[in-house]
Write a protein that binds this ligand. Sequence first.
Ligand SMILES: Cc1ncc(COP(=O)(O)O)c(C=O)c1O
Length: 383
Amino acid sequence: MSYLFSNYQRKPYEIMSGNGCYLTDHTGKEYLDFTSGIGVCNLGYGNKKLNSALKKQAEKLWHTPNLYQNSLQEEVAEKLCQRFDYLAYFCNSGAEANEAAIKLARKKTGKTQIITFWQSFHGRTYGALSATGQKSIQAGFHPLVPDFVHLPFNELAPLQKAITKKTAAVMLEVVQGEGGVLPADKEWLQAVAKLCRENDCLLIVDEVQTGIGRCGSLFAFEDYAIYPDIVTLAKGLGNGFPVGAMLAKKELGASFLPGSHGSTFGGNKMAMVAAKTVLTELDDQNIYENVKMRSEELVTGLKKLNAPFITSIRGKGLMIGIVLQEETNVTNLMLALETAGMLTLRAGENILRLLPPLIITSTEIIHGLHIFEKAFSKLSLQE
Ligand SMILES: Cc1ncc(COP(=O)(O)O)c(C=O)c1O
């Protein structure tokens, strides 16, 4: 008898340990991890610098409330904000970062309408859930927060029609993650940014899944030559230690003054040590370059495999979606991969989502491609 809610569909095994890009379950079976704990453990498992920094801080002090100066927050904020001249607010998750963004946008503009996009995913709290463009995720939780409008992704005409001077913000993912690993078209994203400027509304980019190196740069928006007003982060920022952040242009700072918004745990010492070490490691290990090179190797390798059931491969950096033919069941493919020794994720309707740790090596990519080959041949025999 379990005393847990059944809100998660869990595998029958437990993961007990991890090392680099590999995980081991309670039976001793080893998996090459192509999930990173759903885009979280970007530096893999057992990173020595992270372990020792967290141990050291744990001995010293875990938490102080946001009533006092916090030099660790200042350091992390500097690392995140310096290049784009943002201010940072720290919280504990992606949904919380998006809540902060929605509240800030409404407070700053004095307007209420927020435009988001179909298939988007922004989290499960009420504001973030209302922003999420998926009816199945919202079902049973109405009434939602009012004044959220959902439009087709990558289509300009509906946005041109819907956006007005009454719009507070447009909120989007540069690559829709949960919705199906769907990248935004560059021209579309640039046109969205222009429409926001013309209508005095803010552009919020949700980088919870795409940020912290996942797509080959600190923020995925960097490749699109846009300058969002607000950026949200979480997942990879703490490599598994819960931490989220909202970054915003300096002129928005006056809208979040004392008493306006906050979080008890947000930016606590342990979370900040994790984030600081992650950001340092991204540079020290030259992770951005690694993401670009390994992504190329993985996608090229996948395309060479005999897999007639693959329709297309899309994504950015090490956020990769394999679109399957309608008649190919993604769950069956994931099971075949799991049996062969690899953990993967699904996204959207019938898409296999790959989010390997960003430290993955060429040798591990080759190992991964062997596993794919094995699983693909099993699947072909079944179908
Ligand atoms: C793009 C995006 N935004 C927000 C969230 C919500 O983050 P969290 O689960 O940390 O609240 C997620 C989680 O998958 C996400 O992918």
